[in-house]
Write a protein that binds this ligand. Structure first.
Ligand SMILES: C[S@@+](CC[C@H](N)C(=O)[O-])C[C@H]1O[C@@H](n2cnc3c(N)ncnc32)[C@H](O)[C@@H]1O
Length: 342
C-alpha cells in the first residue's frame, strides 16, 4: 500500500465521530511506523532529547515531540477539530484555507493526515518550529509525501515572538505546545503573540483551554482510572484561567510589557478540606466546536496536583491563584489558613 493511501486510512479513523479504542490504537501504530519510516532522525541520540529553554518556558526536544503522537486522543481530536474548522470555513470561502501551525514537531503530525484528504487548492500552510532537527525532519517528511505543494511558508523560528509576514492570509491558528494545566511549555505566550497579530475572524485551535481548581480524593481517583465508574473523585471549586480569543483583551500588561493575568480567590471550607486530600488543577480542552479532549482522556487533561492537604485539616482556608509566564510558566497560588490570619 502506498504512503498516501495509508495516511488516508489513518485519517479516516481519526475523523470517526465515536472513539473506537481498538481501531484508534491500530491507526496510531501505523501512523508512527509510517512517520518513522519517512524520517531521517535518530530519536535515541542525546541531542534529540535536549529541550530548548526560554525566558517564557521550554520547547520539547525532537524525541519528546515525536512521542506526542502516542497520546491517541490528543492526536485524534486535534486532527478531527482542525478538519471541522476547515469544513466550516469552506462554506464561506472559495480560496484556500490558510492554517498557521506553530510548533510542528518533527512530523507536523496534527495536520499531515488532512493533507491526504484536501488538495493544495483547498489548504495552504505556514509552518513554524523552533527546534532545528524537528524542523528539518518535518520538511523532509513533507517532501517524501509530495506535500510541499501545501507549504506557503516554513520557518525555523520562535513562535512566541515571531512577526507574521502575511497576517491577513491566515484563517486558522493551531498550536499544541502545552502540558496539563498549561505548565512549563509556551502555549500561552505563543497563542497571545500570534493571535494578537491576526484578524478577529481567525479561528483558534484549541478554541478554548479551561483550567479549574478542584479538591480530589486520591483513592477514589485511582478507582476511577481503573474502571471509570467512580465519578465523585473530585469537587469543583472554580475556574482559574481560560485561553480563548475572548480572553486576550482582558490580559493587562505591566510597564515592561509583561502580561499580568487576573487573580482569582476561593474560600475552602473546613469540611471540604477534611473530605479531600489534594488540591488539583483540572484541564479541559475544547479543540473546536463539539470536539473536546475531556478530563483524563489524554496526558494534557490529567489532573495536576498542586498541594497535598491531607495534613491541613480542620480549618477554613482561602486560596489565591493566578497564571504566570516566566521560565517555568504555570499557575501560582497562595493558600491562607484563615484561623491563623483572622
Ligand atoms: C508538544 S510538541 C508537539 C509536536 C507536534 N505538533 C505534534 O502534535 O505531534 C510541541 C512542539 O512545539 C515546538 N515549540 C515549542 N515552543 C516553540 C516556540 N516558541 N516556537 C516554535 N516552536 C515551538 C517544540 O519544539 C515541539 O516540537
Amino acid at each position: 500500500m502506498n504512503s498516501i493511501i495509508k495516511i488516508k486510512n489513518i485519517a479516516t479513523v481519526f475523523l470517526e465521530e465515536e472513539i473506537n479504542y481498538s481501531s484508534l490504537t491500530k491507526a496510531i501504530g501505523e501512523y508512527k511506523a509510517l512517520l518513522s519510516e519517512l524520517s531521517n532522525i535518530n530519536l535515541e541520540e542525546e541531542t534529540a532529547r535536549s529541550n530548548i529553554h526560554f525566558e517564557t518556558g521550554k520547547a520539547l526536544g525532537t524525541t519528546w515531540a515525536a512521542m506526542c503522537v502516542n497520546d491517541m486522543i490528543r492526536t485524534k481530536m486535534f486532527v478531527k477539530g482542525i478538519n471541522a474548522a476547515v469544513l466550516l470555513l469552506q462554506k464561506k470561502k472559495k480560496e484556500p484555507i490558510h492554517i498557521l501551525y506553530a510548533g510542528t514537531g518533527p512530523y507536523a503530525a496534527l495536520i499531515l493526515p488532512l493533507l491526504a484528504i484536501f488538495t493544495e487548492k483547498e489548504l495552504q500552510l505556514t509552518l513554524l518550529e523552533i527546534n532545528k532537527a524537528s524542523f528539518d525532519n518535518m520538511l523532509s517528511v513533507m517532501n517524501a509525501l509530495g506535500f510541499t505543494k501545501f507549504i506557503h511558508t516554513a520557518e525555523q523560528t520562535d513562535a512566541s515572538v515571531y512577526k507574521i509576514k502575511n497576517p491577513s492570509l491566515i484563517n486558522i491558528m493551531v498550536t499544541e505546545t502545552m502540558q496539563h494545566a498549561l505548565v512549563k511549555e509556551q502555549q500561552v505566550p505563543i497563542t497571545i503573540n500570534l493571535m494578537n497579530q491576526l484578524s478577529t475572524e481567525t479561528l483558534l485551535i484549541p478554541q478554548n483551554i479551561i483550567l479549574e481548581l478542584a479538591l480530589m480524593d486520591s483513592e477514589k481517583f485511582s478507582t476511577h482510572l481503573l474502571n471509570k465508574n467512580q465519578a465523585d473523585y473530585y469537587k469543583l471549586v472554580g475556574r482559574i484561567f481560560e485561553l480563548n480569543t475572548g480572553s486576550f483583551v482582558k490580559f493587562e500588561k505591566d510597564v515592561d510589557a509583561k502580561i499580568i493575568f487576573p487573580e482569582v480567590s476561593f474560600e475552602l471550607s473546613k469540611e471540604n478540606m477534611n473530605d479531600f486530600d489534594k488540591l488539583i488543577i483540572l484541564t479541559t480542552i475544547q479543540i473546536f466546536g463539539n470536539t473536546y479532549i475531556k478530563l483524563n482522556e489524554s496526558g494534557l487533561t490529567m489532573p495536576l496536583i498542586i498541594e497535598d492537604i491531607s495534613h491541613k485539616k480542620s480549618t477554613d482556608s482561602l486560596i489565591r491563584l493566578w497564571y504566570e509566564i516566566n521560565n517555568v510558566p504555570g499557575i501560582r497560588f497562595e493558600l491562607i489558613n484563615k484561623t491563623i490570619t483572622e
